[in-house]
Ligand binder design. Sequence first.
Ligand code: HEC
Ligand code: HEC
Ligand code: HEC
Ligand code: HEC
Ligand code: HEC
Ligand code: HEC
Ligand code: HEC
Ligand code: HEC
Length: 445
Amino acid sequence: MRLAYIWITLLILSILIPAGFWYVDWSKSGDGAGLYSRDWLPEAVFGYWNPDDFYQSVDTVVGEFEGEECVACHRDMSPGIVKDWQASRHAQAEPKVYCSACHGSDHQNLHLPTPDICATCHATQHDQFMDEKRYGFPSHALAMERALDAKHFVDKPKAEVTACLQCHSVATKCDSCHSRHKFSAAEARRPEACITCHSGPPHPDDETYFNSAHGQLYLNEGQDWDWSKPLQKGNYPAPTCAYCHMSEGKHQVADKSIWKFGIKQINPLSSGNVVKRQQWIELCSDCHEAEWSAQQLSAMDRERKQAWSKLDEAEALLKGLRSDDLLSPSIHQRPPYPGDDAHTLLQRERIGFFEGQASAFYNVSPIERDYFDMWYFSNLGAYKGSAHGDVSFINKGHKAMDQQLEDIRRKVTNIRAAGKTEADKTDPENIWLKGEYTEYNREHN
Ligand code: HEC
Ligand code: HEC
Ligand code: HEC
Ligand code: HEC
Ligand code: HEC
Ligand code: HEC
Ligand code: HEC
Ligand code: HEC
C-alpha cells in the first residue's frame, strides 16, 4: 500500500515538473520578455535599455567601416559622442578602442554593447558583476529580470511603467554609472552616479545619504577631493555610495546585503549574515573603531525589529479580515492580474511580501492599500534612514507607521462593526474595478 503511494506520487511529479518547465518556457516566448512576455509588446526605446532582447539595427547607412572611418563620419553626425569618446581612456589607450570594438563594423548589423561585449576586455568587472546572481534579489545583475517578471510592469498602462526598464537596465548594459562615451571611473565614484536610480519613496538612498554625517561632508568638501583615486582606505575622508557598496572597486553590490531592501523580515544573526556584518564592520573600520561601528550597525537591527513588530500587527489584522470575508472589493470582484488564471483554483487576496508583492500595489481594497503605504513607503524610508545614519528619516518613517497602524486598527473596528453587507458597499466607486483606468489597461498592454 505504502509503496503504491510512493509510485503514484512519483508518477504525478514526473508529469507536473516537466509541465511546469514547459509552461514557464511557453510564457516567456512571446514578443515581450520575461514571465508575461505574451501579455505586452515592447516600446522602441527598450532596444536601448535591453539591447539583447530588443535592439534592431538601423539600415539607413550601408557599408563596413573601421577605426577612424567611423569617427570621421560621426564627427559631423554626432559630435557630442565623438568628443566624449576622445576624452575617454578608450581613445587614449594604445591601441585605441574604436567605435567598432563596441558596436561592430557592419553598419546594417550594428549592436549596442551588452555587458558581454565589455567583458572581452574587462573580464574582472564583468565576472564580479555576474557573481551578484549568487546572492539573489535584489542585485544589479538580476534587475532586468526582476522588472520584467513583475506583474505590475505588464498590468499598468505603458505610460506609467516604461521608465521601469530605464532604471532596471543597470543589468543589461554597463554605462549606468560610468556613462557613455566617457566611461569615466571618476564619475562612477561619486554619489550622483547612483542617485539617478536610487531615489524616490521606496528607496530614498539619496536623501538619507545626503542627510547623514558622511553626505554632509561630501556636500561641503567633495568638490576638493581627488576623484581619480580608487575607492580604498586613505583615499577619501568620507565614504560615498560606491565606497561602501563597491569597496576596492569590486563590481558586486549584493554580497554584503543583509536586510535586502528592507522589504521583508530577516534574521540578522543567521550564520551567513554574521559573516556579512563582519565585512561591513571591516569597511567602517577604514575610518572608525570596529567596536563603535558594530554598535551603530546593531542599532539598525533594533530599528528593524521595531518596524516589523508594527508591520506584523497590521498584516495580522488584514489576514483576520480576509478569513472573515470582509475585504471589499473581494478577490472575485477585482479585475485579475495577467497570468492570474492559474489562481482560479485557490483564489484569495494576497497580503504581504510572501503572498505577493505586486498584488499589493493596486487593485486592492482601501485598507490593504493603507498597509501597502505603511510597508512600502514608511517602512522602507525608515530602513534607509537607519542603514545610512539619517535620524530624521527614521523618525519620519516610524511616526508615519504609527499613524497608519492606528488608522488600520480603527478601520478594522469599523468594518467589523458594519459587517459583510456594509463591507461590500464601502467603496462602490472603486477606481480599480471599473472606469477609465482599468478599461484603458485592459486594452493597451
Ligand atoms: C567602450 C565601448 C564603446 C565605444 C568605444 C563606443 N561606444 Fe557607442 N555606445 C556604447 C554604449 C554602452 C552605448 C549605449 C547602448 C545602449 O543604450 O544600450 C552606446 C551607444 C551609442 C549610440 C546610440 C545612443 C546614443 O547615445 O546616441 C551611438 C550613436 C554610438 N554609441 C556611437 C558611437 C560612436 C560613433 C563611437 C566612436 C566614436 C562609439 N559609439 C564608441 C559603447 C561604446
Ligand atoms: C558615412 C557615415 C557613417 C559612418 C562611416 C558610420 N556611421 Fe554610424 N551612423 C551614421 C548615421 C547617419 C547614423 C544615424 C542612422 C539613423 O538614425 O537612421 C548612424 C548611427 C549609428 C549608431 C546608432 C544606431 C542606433 O540604432 O541608434 C551607431 C551605434 C553607429 N552609427 C556606430 C557606428 C560605427 C561603430 C561605425 C564604424 C563601424 C559607424 N557608425 C560608421 C553615419 C555613419
Ligand atoms: C577592445 C577592448 C575594450 C572594450 C571592448 C572595452 N574596453 Fe573599457 N578599456 C579598455 C582599455 C584598453 C582601457 C584603458 C585601460 C588603461 O588605461 O589602463 C579601458 C578603460 C575603461 C574604463 C576606465 C576608465 C577610467 O576612467 O579609468 C572603464 C570604466 C571602461 N573601460 C569601461 C568599459 C565598458 C563599460 C565597456 C563596454 C561598453 C568597455 N569598457 C569596453 C579596453 C576596452
Ligand atoms: C541605472 C540605474 C541604477 C544605477 C545608476 C545604480 N543602481 Fe543600484 N540598483 C538599481 C536597481 C534597479 C536595483 C534593484 C534591482 C532588483 O530589482 O533586484 C539596484 C540595487 C542596488 C543595491 C541592492 C543590492 C542588494 O543586494 O540589496 C545596491 C547596494 C545598489 N543598487 C547600489 C548602487 C550603487 C552604490 C550605485 C552607484 C555606484 C548604483 N547602485 C547605481 C539600479 C541602479
Ligand atoms: C528611479 C529608478 C527606478 C524605477 C523607475 C523603478 N525601479 Fe524598481 N527598483 C529601483 C531600485 C534602486 C530598487 C532597489 C532598491 C533597494 O535595494 O533598496 C528597485 C527595486 C525593485 C524591485 C524589488 C527588488 C527585489 O528584488 O525584491 C522590483 C520588483 C522592482 N524594483 C520593479 C520595478 C517595476 C515593475 C518598476 C516600474 C513600475 C520599477 N521597478 C521602477 C529603481 C527603480
Ligand atoms: C553600479 C555602478 C557601476 C556599474 C553598473 C558598472 N560599474 Fe564599472 N565602475 C564603477 C565604479 C564605482 C568604478 C570605480 C572603482 C574604483 O574606484 O576602484 C568603476 C570602474 C570600472 C573600471 C575601471 C577599473 C580600474 O581599475 O580602472 C572598468 C574597466 C569598469 N568599471 C567596467 C565595468 C563593466 C564592464 C561594467 C558592466 C559589467 C561596469 N563597469 C558596470 C561603477 C559601476
Ligand atoms: C557608510 C557606508 C554607506 C554609504 C556611504 C552608503 N550606504 Fe547604502 N547601505 C549601507 C549599509 C550599512 C546598508 C545596510 C546593509 C544591510 O545590512 O543589508 C545599506 C543599504 C543600502 C541599500 C539596500 C541594500 C540592502 O542591503 O538592504 C541600497 C540600495 C543602498 N544602501 C544604496 C546606497 C546608495 C545609492 C548610496 C549613496 C547615495 C549609499 N547606499 C550610501 C552603507 C552605506
Ligand atoms: C572613509 C571614511 C569613513 C568610512 C568608511 C565610514 N565613515 Fe562614518 N564617518 C566618517 C567621518 C569623517 C565622519 C564625520 C566625523 C565624525 O563624526 O567622526 C563620520 C561619521 C559617522 C557617523 C556620525 C557620527 C556622529 O557622531 O554624528 C556615523 C553614525 C557613522 N559615521 C557610521 C559609519 C558606519 C556604520 C560606517 C560603515 C558602514 C562608516 N561610518 C564608514 C568617515 C567614514
